[in-house]
Write a protein that binds this ligand. Sequence first.
Ligand SMILES: C[S@@+](CC[C@H](N)C(=O)[O-])C[C@H]1O[C@@H](n2cnc3c(N)ncnc32)[C@H](O)[C@@H]1O
Length: 356
Amino acid sequence: MDNDLQLNRIPATDHPSLKAWNAADELMADYSSTKEHSIGIYNDAFGYLSCRLAGANASIITDLKSQATAIQTNAESSQIDIKPEQFFLLKDTLPKSLEIAYLKIPKSIGLFETYLQHIHANTDVNGKVICGFMTKYFNKNWLALAGKYFEIVEQSKAKKKARLIILSGKKEITPSNNIEKFKYEHLNLEQHKGVFSAGKVDIATQYLLQNLEVPYQHNNVLDLACGNGIIGKWILDKTKVDVMHFLDDSHLALASAQLNVKDSNPQFHHNYELNDFEENSLDWVVTNPPFHFENTIDISIPINLCRAAKRCLKPGGVLTIVANSNVGYEAFLKRHFTNFEIQISNHQFKIYKCIK
Ligand SMILES: C[S@@+](CC[C@H](N)C(=O)[O-])C[C@H]1O[C@@H](n2cnc3c(N)ncnc32)[C@H](O)[C@@H]1O
């Protein structure tokens, strides 16, 4: 069956070792049976499990827009029928409770907990949860966390360096609050568990905020890969903007930005690319871009976002980026923008100012 699957990563990558599925996905698919009638698939990176379990009419629960797109696109290319009604976000209640849930464990422990909370709330009393992971990423805190929600936490034998954690015996617990609150200078911030930089503002972002130069034209501004929206919120606090846009691949991130920015008529975009924006429409794009995909450094994602930002900027518009000094964007930015300068740097970070 695997040979018939046409699975590609979305967003696409140039990284040669990144594949669309791994042995943890295979182990979960091999565990599956046709006994259960109500199946949930969580965090199915690029659709391997959703395709292997097609026909079971599973509920497919995603946080990332790119993940939902990848699952749909890969199912279509593999001539597998998955319907739009099968897709849900973590804010949704499922139409029927699950007898079995499959979860590919994410790198972020906060996000693992958010998935477990959704599974717990949407699983039958006799339900089972099958969590798949590659053994090199095992985190012993996962077991304690899973034990908060389920009585029985068992591990399978490893196969091809992958393993399963199997949960059953749903505990009777009152769901805990999923929102974390913290302060940065005079700003109060909130975010859902699992959103980037828990409990604090990331140090690269702090460097950007403390050294932020607002360009002369800043009517239409995009906080690209906004996370909890701290960059856009900071800008709105400092200066007047006609339209402030927030865009992130993660729905939990965007929902957090919505908690943090309630006035100033912001626009929120759940997306992993800039196809919502017209060419030459933005004055300023600001970003602390993602350069990790789960456990791997992959700069093709930020490079593609910068390429898209250039298309959407007006001539003379500015792209401001903060990056770790050792992440190699410079050559690309120099080649693609009319004017490129390092606005400021220290031993750890650089802020690039790129003019279209
Ligand atoms: C380095 S964090 C920065 C978050 C926030 N701006 C801050 O400074 O705290 C990068 C963000 O990029 C998001 N992300 C990852 N890939 C993305 C993509 N292709 N398009 C949009 N957002 C993406 C992640 O969900 C994460 O919230």
